[in-house]
Design a protein around this ligand. Structure first.
Ligand code: AMP
Length: 368
């Protein structure tokens, strides 16, 4: 199946070509026709499955650039994701000349207000806090919204955004189309769906054995507590200049590892939730551009991180569960490229290994 089989306009097909996508991913194959048919939808899918374009393509198709005002609102948990989603939508909507405004906390409010006053924003992508703020002050008007997307809904709820989200949704017209994307489903997510989606909503589940994992070679190395650091150094030396993300459990560990590695001569930066947003953006931009090539990150900081050419992911110690494992290793092997994921496991962590790998269908080599 190709994108041409999905009844898309020439303009949108050009946007897809501009992004370099050749064939739709499973979630895109399922979601695009349903969204185009006007159905509400809940979709269970992780980052890395192509979920952004799964809602982005049909939205850009449906939005009319000659209508002033916000026609689509996309709520996302973090600034990083807001920026990524916006960039993809901008490329998709380039030929149609759609204007995408990204709003998130930390940026001067006035800038967002100035853009909103111009009234050219077909699509607004934002974090719930800032969207609510702009709505409350009367600058953001949502009465023309026809499409509402809740992206990474589980994560937004975990972060305590439920009240903001409900308030925002209540400000949009009832006959809008609502799409809810979530990596996991629990009662809170389902309740949200039941409350705000039309009764006949469609459900899409993309299984964890999504094709993107196929392109990742997975290895586990077992070592003693004492041997951890040395193991890490040897792994890095064996992959010189490879764009690498090292995952740690804590911010402290991320800091101390990056300091230690820098002393060893590696070009490295840490990334974690304590850094102000500006600093995080700068670090990510430099990593993307290759100014340095090793990023030491915590799970939280890496949520939704989409850097296409990451070649190696190292779990400095095993992640806490299989969701986290899949999320972490999915930072590599993106957009059709090959990647390697290496987990270092200390002797005492051995008993967690099977739990962590339980959702992984492909082969994992274990070295002792
Ligand atoms: P997402 O799940 O939206 O975070 O997308 C994961 C990655 O896959 C991103 O780097 C996208 O640019 C890329 N991607 C999305 N759809 C396709 C496609 N149909 N073909 C190739 N790459 C894609």
């Amino acid at each position: 199946m190709s994108f041409k089989d999905l009844s898309l306009s020439r303009e949108v097909l050009a946007g897809i070509e501009f992004l370099g996508y050749e064939t739709p991913t499973p979630i895109q194959r399922e979601a695009i026709p349903q969204v185009l048919s006007g159905k509400d939808l809940i979709a269970q899918a992780q980052t890395g499955t192509g979920k952004t374009a799964a809602f982005g393509i049909p939205l850009v198709e449906r939005i009319n650039p000659s209508i002033k005002g916000v026609q689509a609102l996309i709520l996302v948990p973090t600034r990083e994701l807001a920026l990524q989603v916006s960039e993809e939508l901008r490329k998709l909507g380039k030929v149609k000349k759609l204007f995408v405004l990204t709003v998130y906390g930390g940026k001067p409010l006035q800038k967002h207000i100035d853009f909103l006053k111009k009234g050219l924003n077909s699509i607004v992508v934002g974090t719930p806090g800032r969207v609510k703020d702009l709505l409350g002050r009367g600058y953001l008007k949502l009465h023309k919204v026809r499409y509402l997307v809740l992206d990474e809904a589980d994560r937004m709820l975990e972060m305590g955004f439920i009240e903001d989200i409900e308030e925002i949704i209540s400000a949009t017209p009832k006959d809008r189309q609502t799409l809810l994307f979530s990596a996991t489903f629990n009662r809170v997510v389902t309740n949200l769906a039941e409350k705000f989606l039309k009764e006949d909503y469609g459900i899409i589940k993309i299984k964890p054995e999504d094709p993107t994992l196929e392109s990742i070679t997975q290895k586990v190395y077992q070592t003693s507590e004492k041997g951890l650091w040395e193991k890490l150094i040897r792994l890095l030396q064996a992959a010189p200049d490879s764009k690498t993300i090292i995952f740690t459990h804590t911010k402290r560990e991320a800091e101390s590892l990056s300091v230690g590695l820098r002393e060893q001569g590696f070009k490295v930066e840490a990334l974690h939730g304590d850094y102000p947003q500006k600093k995080r953006e700068t670090i990510l931009r430099k990593f993307r551009e290759g100014v340095f090539y090793i990023l030491v990150a915590t799970d939280v900081a890496s949520r939704g991180l989409d850097i296409r050419d990451v070649e190696l992911v190292i779990n400095y110690r095993l992640p806490k569960d299989s969701d986290s494992y899949i999320h972490r290793i999915g930072r590599t092997g993106r957009a059709g490229r090959k990647g390697t994921a290496i987990s270092i496991m200390t002797d005492s962590e051995r008993r967690y290994l099977s739990t962590i790998l339980k959702r992984v269908k492909n082969r994992v080599e274990i070295y002792r």
